[in-house]
Design a protein around this ligand. Structure first.
Ligand code: TXA
Ligand code: MG
Length: 321
């Protein structure tokens, strides 16, 4: 059931979480499926609802520095630098965990991923719970991430009782994940904070090359974030491949092709990369609804948030290779 974000509904959602149930809620990146992050049984319900392989660790969502200090040990000034610049916001930090963080949250890792979201409703919900909320993106494992309450209902409506509505997520791609090791910042997942933004704040930021068979993060899997109909880059289609098919198109700014599309979406008519990121999953969800046989997508330029967008597009098309 979708609930509007009234004070009463936020309190109802908080009570559910405190009682060990799961609730979907908005964040500025994508919608999350939340549970009490210190209650292992509640956290297990998240994996069940998402049909997610349980070796994948989760992000704990917090609202205060006090909460942070209860969960992790911070020895590096670089970590504080990142926190001061980017929190609250779409940056997740992987940090050495304290004992009270349950193993099911970290999949047995000695580190835990923590994020302080910026979204008003997310903050109010975490505040009302008085606990960190463990929350993966509120989608079925491997499929499109949700940026509206309706998207959550579409995939998980049968598995979650309460979906708090907070409008459309304005960042639209997941948080960037980093881990500080020594004097280096390692970027583990591209997301809402761009590599350039990180490099403006920290001297050494390196992108971790990941073995896609043994990922730390599902976002590092070879295919992920995919719509439920085949999707390909326009450059990968062969001449007769479109015959007799209902084809959808996803373009950055305009459609330079002569293809006869059944439906087309544009990430940003003004060519703005932030707007494009915010619209990415939203338009893919729209295309999923149009009874298409195939979605063709145009690559975007890989700078700023364009890197995170391309990462999602490449992984989605990999599912259908
Ligand atoms: O924007 C976001 O990050 C959204 C919203 C809801 O906050 N959440 C999200 O969660 O994207 P999820 O579970 O879909 O992705 C979290 C990623 C996973 O890829 C997970 O493997 C990685 O964080 N992760 C969690 N703990 C980790 C750890 N200790 N070391 C490395 N990666 C970790
Ligand atoms: Mg996810």
């Amino acid at each position: 059931m979708i609930l509007n974000n009234s004070k009463e509904n936020i309190e109802t959602a908080a009570k559910e979480i405190i009682a060990g149930e799961i609730v979907a809620f908005p964040t500025e990146t994508v919608y999350g499926l939340g549970a009490d992050g210190l209650n292992p049984t509640a956290v297990a319900k998240l994996f069940e609802a998402k049909q997610r392989p349980s070796f994948n660790p989760l992000i704990l969502h917090i609202v205060s520095r006090d909460q942070l200090n209860e969960l992790v040990n911070i020895e590096s000034d670089l970590v504080y630098k990142l926190i001061n610049h980017f929190w609250p916001g779409p940056l997740t930090l992987v940090l050495p965990k304290k004992e009270k963080v349950p193993d099911i949250v970290t999949a047995g890792n000695p580190t835990v991923a923590v994020r302080m979201p910026q979204h008003k409703i997310a903050k109010a919900l975490i505040e009302a719970c008085g606990k960190p909320i463990a929350a993966p993106s509120a989608n079925q494992f491997g499929f499109l991430s949700p940026t509206t309450a309706k998207h959550v209902e579409k995939q998980l409506g049968n598995n979650v009782n309460f979906i708090l509505d907070g409008g459309k997520s304005d960042v639209g791609v997941e948080s960037t994940i980093v881990e500080v090791i020594g004097d280096k910042v390692w970027l583990l997942r591209h997301g809402g904070i761009s590599l350039e933004q990180l490099r403006e704040v920290c001297e050494t930021v390196e992108v971790k090359k990941i073995d896609s068979d043994k990922p730390n993060a599902p976002g590092q899997l070879f295919h992920h974030y995919a719509p439920n109909i085949p999707m390909k880059f326009i450059s990968d289609i062969s001449p007769n491949e479109l015959e007799g098919k209902r084809v959808g198109g996803l373009f950055f700014k305009e459609n330079p092709t002569e293809i006869n599309f059944a439906h087309v979406e544009f990430l940003s008519r003004t060519g703005d990369m932030r707007e494009a990121a915010a619209n990415l999953f939203f338009h893919l969800h729209e295309l999923e609804e149009k009874e298409l046989d195939l979605i063709l997508v145009e690559p975007v330029e890989e700078n700023g948030l364009g890197i995170a967008i391309m990462d999602r597009l490449v992984k989605a098309t990999n599912r259908y290779r």
